[in-house]
Design a protein around this ligand. Sequence first.
Ligand code: SAH
Length: 267
Amino acid sequence: MRPGPPAYVPPMHADPTPDPAETTVERVALLFALEAEAMPLVERLMLAEQPAVDPCLRQRHFAGTVGTVHVDLLTNGTDPRSGTDRVGTDAATMAAYMAIRKLAPDLLVNAGTCGGFEAQGGHVGDIYLSSGDLLFHDRRIPIDGFLIQAEGRWPATPAPRLAAAIGAKPGIVSTGNSLDFTAAELDFLRREGVSAKDMEATAIAQVCVQCGVPFVAVKAVTDLVDHPEPVQEAFLRNLRMVSALLAERLEAGVRWLGAHPRRIADL
Ligand code: SAH
């Protein structure tokens, strides 16, 4: 008699893996949306450009070694029609999944610029490292079970020593797909005590938590949301200066990571 088909084994629906606290950080991936935000760090760490991770997307990939860590840095690349850098949650989600699958980082860092809040003591040039849960401020699904999906609330990996090495303050980060904001979004941002408003971090956190990859966001303030000047004016004026400052602080953070082997639990 011929053997029957093998027994059906249902696919595993693994719960999101908790942070693998005992992992030593040997590979770190840094994801940036804008080239202007990333290039000062590429230069400081002398990272070398690599072939595209996936020719279908237009990401740029740079890599190098800093002490005990291998560093991969990705930018989102540009929109093929306008040539402008790709910002927002779609590009960020794809970048995160691709980085995790192809580069196998032990720690993923989303770095870049953000809007800050005077009400939270924020100033242009301040640097925040994600604390607590990361939020989405522009998603509204008021149905049981869907609200949390809409609002994100994905946890960041605690990293107080890394924050100290960078010189970053802890802050709540919230992500949306617009540079400006509506009155309802401003209400939400105030209610949640958000310090850093960006367009990528929570999308990346969502992928990282589901894949069990430790994640932090490091965000430098280019503009102030609760200030009369339109955010885009301050953003464009401060982008270069703040990106240079961010690179200086991130370099210190990466050199701290690479100074000797560090576990996720030691960050
Ligand atoms: N014209 C700009 C567009 C950048 S969009 C350019 O030079 O290409 C803003 C980018 O900076 C996003 O990647 C976002 O994460 C970050 N950012 C800075 N300030 C922000 C704010 N106030 N609100 C949302 N995102 C902000």
